[in-house]
Design a protein around this ligand. Structure first.
Ligand code: G6P
Length: 367
């Protein structure tokens, strides 16, 4: 049908708000009784998954960031994993050891570099290929042995939002089915599945921050740069937040692993460099706190999105928004939402063409 913005001012905002529904759609029929149904990866999936010894994830842009998150999840399950942008992978000579599952991630399934990377991995003899993709009839899906469709629906905003969070959901399922073969116990799997079941409601709650994020966006209107920080699986979330801001507001934004701050970017910190950080309630929180103290000590202005369980650690003098308490296994999905909203509201404030930012294409089908 004809694309319709409904009551939303832009497709991007509409798509951000669709996330609870499309995440639920992406889970539909794939989890049941505390288990992931691995037939969702395709008929021949169980035998292939049995033989997987490591995973190569390849993607571009926002989809690459989903892959970066997945590496934390796969390694947690004992699965060796590398993640790379397709434009590099395709021209390197990656060592494809026996048992390598090649995983491509793509909203469109037509990104030229990602397709070329798939073809070169197949030629080099990978065990099998899995496409995590949003378009069923796409080239990537046709050329991959296994597929797991995200069910984000048509995404019109050039800056990807709902495709990203549904990719994360699909990758969570992959981590579980591979983990199961490496000692993930049934009750642990059930806990991970329960966290996924809560996800639509938690994303809905995060969307409740919309007005507060819009107010926060005022502070970015005049800025030329911004630094995004995260640690662990929130490091790629910070990368995605920075990408969103770059793409649609044209503010130069850079993401750093918070622990790397002292090796360079700290030199940039002053009152003109807003520092955005996402802070889940996990084992790294004390480390993040000390990273942020370094920023404060240099006069940096902090914009924090924190789990309600840790928010009390942050003193006055910061801009702090709380998301609810979020299970660590799904935190990257929930923390992405306020960063999408931040980029959106800054772009609206700056008057850019939010849905069609200059110089960018929705899908890059030529090299
Ligand atoms: C373009 C789009 C991005 C997207 C990237 C990869 O650069 O503007 O939003 O993340 O391509 O696209 P894909 O369809 O492969 O996910």
């Amino acid at each position: 049908g004809v694309a319709d913005k409904g009551t939303y001012r832009h497709f991007m905002l509409k798509e951000i708000f669709e996330q609870p529904a499309v995440i639920a759609d992406t889970l539909e029929g794939r989890i049941s009784n505390g288990r992931v149904l691995e037939s969702c990866f395709g008929f021949e999936a169980p035998a292939v998954l049995d033989a997987v010894q490591q995973v190569h994830i390849v993607a571009c842009g926002t989809s690459f960031h989903a892959g970066m998150v997945a590496r934390y999840w796969l390694e947690e399950q004992g699965v060796p994993c590398s993640v790379e942008v397709a434009s590099e992978y395709r021209y390197r000579r990656p060592v494809i050891a026996p048992g390598t599952l090649f995983v491509s991630i793509s909203q469109s399934g037509e990104t030229a570099d990602t397709l070329a990377a798939l073809r070169s991995a197949k030629a080099a003899g990978c065990l099998s290929s899995l496409a995590i993709c949003n378009v069923p009839e796409s080239s990537l899906v046709r050329e991959s042995a296994l597929t797991l469709m995200t069910r984000a629906g048509r995404e019109i905003g050039v800056a990807s939002t709902k495709a990203f969070t549904t990719q994360l959901v699909a990758l969570r399922l992959l981590a579980i089915v591979l983990g199961r073969r490496r000692g993930l116990a049934a009750e642990q799997e059930a806990a991970l599945v329960a966290a996924l079941e809560h996800l639509p409601r938690q994303v809905e709650e995060a969307l409740g921050l919309n007005d507060a994020v819009e107010a926060m966006a005022q502070f970015f209107g005049e800025k030329e740069h911004a630094l995004f920080l995260g640690r662990g699986s929130e490091y790629p979330v910070a990368m995605e937040g920075a990408l969103k801001l770059k793409e649609i507001s044209y503010i130069h934004a850079e993401a750093y692993a918070a622990g790397e701050l002292k090796h360079g970017p700290l030199a940039l910190v002053d009152a003109n460099m807003p520092v955005v950080c996402v802070i889940p309630d996990n084992a790294l929180v004390e480390k993040v706190i000390s990273n942020l103290q370094e920023v404060r000590a240099r006069g940096g202005e902090l914009f924090l999105f924190a789990d309600s369980g840790v928010a009390s650690h942050f003193s006055e003098g910061t801009h702090l928004l709380q998301v609810g308490h979020v299970d660590d296994s799904i935190a990257p999905v929930v923390f992405t939402v306020p960063l999408q909203l931040l980029a959106y509201h800054v772009a609206v404030l700056k008057g850019t063409d939010v849905d069609q930012p200059r110089n960018l294409a929705k899908s890059v089908t030529v090299e």
